[in-house]
Design a protein around this ligand. Structure first.
Ligand code: MLC
Ligand code: AMP
Length: 512
């Protein structure tokens, strides 16, 4: 019983709240202050609201709202009440939302007030009983209803093996898969990171990431909460504001694009970073130039780590110099408790320094894909390792380097874009014969998509119009930045489109 409670993610986070519940837990960029007591009471009221709805066991709570402290309370309340949180990127449009809601069959959907019309229509059609609104100015039907609920609540009896969240990751062959993460997966990872990154009394985190993916929702949030640390909360990333707030903070986490943008701020210097303890980067490759320039400008060596939706964090460069130096271009060592190996196509471990597919195992590795048992089986080896789809190598000292991906994936500004999904939409457009989407280097987003199309006989295609049409249907970060119409796509002797040639051809689009 005690051990079960220890493995309850909410109970563990709550137990880490500081004794002085009236001290500040979150300071927002619009001048609001939330105490730990506010978080406790707010999550209790929301948990009571959820429980009053008499939802079935394991009910999913799907949430597509702007970033706010109340949205975080809703996440924590979902855990507290024993349900399953399903965060959705605010950029997703109706076709994407329709798929997620249809697939996950959430009992509750929470959306922003301005999207209520179309989101509720999709949700009710899919059988969802309750649709609430929540806006980033502390309004919406969710809070109105929760205000009538008690601010006392007993944490639901959920343990290590129970689902805490489902995170949808785009699929290489079209449809997204929901990664099922348990209380045990998330808590074990948070506990390891607290120790590994040396979280300590007095730490203050600048939270500048979106809260619908692993990085902002789990790594950053759990880190601060499990350490009872105050968060300086930005509704949206703003480089100037981050630089202004750095002197009050000790920890910052960001995708590489955030570091690139911060480096463009003249105010970013050693003085601004004088109280900082740790800068952490991940979700996409951090360019060595960014790593070096950051060290020169700030005197701090960025700690790069690697993870994914299915596994939370897997590797990290060392925090403690006694464990080694932080090496730019590498993602460090497997975290304590994580087994990581590099294998060839036949599944045999390769020699040190050789390149192969990265496979992982550990308490942080997810339970499987929601309602996709075959897909889950395919992605795990017989001895229980998960195939990450990332390609890398381990050097003699144990540092892991990611050199590429076996999955056809573009990571743009820290968001994943699967070419297959975009190509599916492009191929359905009138006049389009076929399409290929490839990733090319970009100074701000790291990588961006470029579409190359061929027209059906007699059709005239306009790349700009095609992109505008796509924009009405898909999340904005998935839209290729350029679209070229060509006579034919390069193919190999097997008839397969040679994306590497297209990539090479467009490599220099955004260079100097
Ligand atoms: C925005 N745009 C992007 C984009 N973000 N284009 C490509 N890639 C992106 N990531 C485009 C919009 O479509 C829009 O185009 C224009 O840029 C301005 O939009 P915006 O919303 O104002 O952009 P901005 O606020 O500047 O956002 C950029 C950003 C954001 C870098 C702050 O993308 C971001 O917060 N990224 C972080 C993603 C993240 O948290 N990833 C973690 C995943 S977890 P137009 O044409 O409409 O003007 C994970 C696991 C792990 O991967 O290991 O952590
Ligand atoms: P997601 O599906 O959004 O969780 O994205 C996970 C993917 O992001 C991983 O499989 C990697 O391809 C990539 N990724 C995460 N961290 C890093 C990193 N530090 N360097 C390179 N790629 C990374």
């Amino acid at each position: 019983m005690t051990s079960m409670k220890n493995q309850n993610l909410f109970a563990a986070l709550r137990a880490a709240f500081p004794q002085d519940l009236d001290s500040i837990a979150v300071e927002t960029d619009n001048g609001l202050y939330y105490s730990w007591r506010d978080l406790d009471r707010g999550t209790a009221m929301l948990a009571n609201l959820l429980q009053s709805l008499a939802l079935p066991e394991g009910a999913r709570i799907a949430v597509q709202v702007e970033k706010s402290v109340e949205a975080i309370m809703l996440y924590l309340a979902t855990l507290r009440a024993g349900y399953v949180f399903l965060p959705l990127n605010t950029a997703y449009q109706s076709a994407e939302i329709e798929y997620f809601i249809g697939n996950a069959e959430p009992a509750v959907v929470v959306c922003s007030g301005r999207n209520f019309g179309w989101v509720s229509k999709i949700a009710f059609k899919a059988g969802t009983r309750h649709v609430f609104t929540l806006d980033d100015d502390r309004t919406g039907s969710l809070l109105t209803r929760a205000a009538q609920c008690s601010d006392r609540h007993e944490v639901a009896h959920k343990g290590a093996d129970d689902l805490a969240a489902i995170l949808y990751t785009s699929g290489t062959t079209g449809r997204s898969k929901g990664a099922m993460l348990t209380h045990g997966n998330l808590l074990s990872n948070a506990v390891v990171l607290k120790d590994y990154w040396g979280w300590r009394h007095g730490d203050v985190l600048i939270h500048a990431l979106p809260i619908f993916h692993v990085h902002g929702l789990f790594v950053a949030l759990h880190g601060a909460l499990l350490n009872g640390s105050k968060m300086i909360w930005l509704g949206k990333f703003d480089a100037q504001r981050v630089v202004r707030k750095l002197p009050e903070a000790t920890v910052f986490m960001g995708v590489p694009t955030l570091y690139v943008r911060l480096l463009q701020e003249p105010g970013l210097d050693r003085h601004a970073c004088r109280n900082m303890r740790l800068f952490i980067a991940g979700s996409a490759p951090l360019l060595i130039d960014t790593f070096k320039e950051w060290a020169e400008r700030t005197g701090h060596t960025i700690l790069e780590r690697y993870g994914m939706s299915e596994t939370a964090m897997l590797t990290s460069n060392p925090y403690d110099a006694r464990d080694g130096e932080r090496r730019g271009g590498t993602v460090g060592f497997p975290l304590p408790g994580v087994s990581l190996r590099v294998c060839d196509d036949e599944g045999r471990a390769v020699a040190t320094g050789e390149i192969g597919g990265i496979q992982v195992k550990g308490p942080n590795v997810f339970k499987g894909y929601w309602r996709m048992p075959e897909k889950t089986r395919e992605e795990f080896t017989e001895d229980g390792f998960f195939r990450t789809g990332d390609v890398g190598r381990i050097d003699g000292l144990g540092y892991v380097t990611i050199v590429g991906r076996s999955k056809d994936l573009i990571i743009s500004g820290g968001y994943n874009v699967y070419p297959a999904e975009i190509e599916g939409y492009l191929n359905e457009m009138s006049g389009v014969a076929e399409s290929a989407v490839v990733g090319v280097p970009h100074p701000d987003f790291g990588e961006v998509g470029v579409a190359v199309l061929t027209a059906r006989p007699g059709a005239k295609l306009d790349g700009e119009k095609i992109l505008a049409e796509l924009k009405a249907r898909l999340a904005n970060f998935k839209i290729p930045k350029r679209c070229f119409v060509v006579a034919e796509l390069p193919r190999n002797t097997m008839g397969k489109v040679q994306k590497n040639l297209l990539r090479e051809q467009h490599m220099g689009l955004y260079k100097g």
